[in-house]
Design a protein around this ligand. Structure first.
Ligand code: ZN
Length: 292
């Protein structure tokens, strides 16, 4: 069973990103990176609360002890969604004012992983960091251009990472106890004409769901064979990320972006920038919370 993409919020976001389902609260978080907002969408009330922040905000994850954690232009911060107060944690790229944080997620142990990129998308300037539960930060991968799309396999043995311009998904061996990653292997390669891989999530069968920047779709892939299994059209050109939500984890929520679109493309895809959803017969894996 596979539904059609439905528009949830006509947000017209320049760069909608980072959808993340909070299972405890039954709400969806997402960001508009260029609009500098953190959003909390409640599917029960259909209310979207928008919190304005003072920096480019790359991603948001739930924090187990309450509130959320965000990775922004100037590092990691706790954010209280009620008072809207930001508390800085650490900035591993204090010395790189041309960089900002981009996509990130929590791992099964409760660490927060997030990657950086240069504002001008200069090649190899980004890195992937891990914020441990003791608030210490560690650089994990260097030489990235646009760090995106993290996911962990259901057996917790692998981590998947996307560096968008390479059009590849890389798999690492992952150790849940220590957070060590090793042995990177390219497991998926996008073909010409499909756009570029951006955000990503994983379902309970271990298949990856990838958003196509410039490709107007999300697709499901088998990381063991590199084969594309499904492709779902989205009425938005730049599809940025996706995550499973709702109480049964069978709704795929999808963010999109109007950034860099021509007048003609906006006429063809007027809903771009909105938040979308698709009902699926497949259950997703849960988004982990930060346990620090
Ligand atoms: Zn992204």
């Amino acid at each position: 069973m596979m539904g059609k993409a439905e528009l949830v919020i006509p947000a017209k976001a320049d760069l909608g990103e980072g959808p993340c389902w909070d299972k405890q609260k039954g709400v969806l978080y997402w960001v508009n990176i260029l609009g500098k907002t953190v959003n909390r969408y409640d599917p029960e009330t259909k209310e979207n609360k928008e919190i304005q922040v003072d920096q480019l905000v790359g991603t948001v994850v739930p924090r187990k002890s309450g509130g959320v954690v965000v990775a922004m232009e100037k590092g990691f911060y706790f954010l209280d969604l009620d008072t809207e107060k930001l508390t800085p944690i650490t900035d591993p790229e204090n010395h790189l004012p041309e960089n900002r944080f981009n996509d990130g997620k929590c791992d099964p142990y409760g660490r927060f992983w997030a990657g950086t990129m240069s504002l001008s998308e200069e090649q190899g300037r980004g890195s992937l960091y891990c914020l441990h539960t003791d608030l210490k930060v560690e650089k994990k991968v260097g030489d990235l251009t646009i760090s995106n799309g993290l996911a962990w396999s259901p057996d917790h043995k692998f981590m998947y990472l996307i560096d968008t311009p390479t059009k590849k998904v890389t798999r690492f061996d992952y150790d849940e106890e220590t957070g060590k990653i090793a042995n990177p292997v390219a497991v998926i390669q996008f073909k010409e004409g499909e756009g570029a891989p951006d955000g990503m999530t994983i379902d309970e069968e271990g298949m990856l769901w990838i958003a196509h920047w410039g490709g107007a779709r999300v697709s499901r892939w088998n990381p063991e064979t590199g084969e594309q299994l499904l492709s779902i059209p989205i009425p938005a050109l730049n599809v940025t990320s996706c995550t499973f939500g709702d109480s049964d984890l069978k709704t795929l929520y999808i963010t999109t972006a109007r950034k860099n679109m021509t007048e003609e493309q906006l006429r063809e895809y007027p809903l771009t920038g909105g938040l979308f959803k698709v009902r699926l017969g497949i259950r997703g894996s849960v988004n982990y919370s930060y346990e620090g």
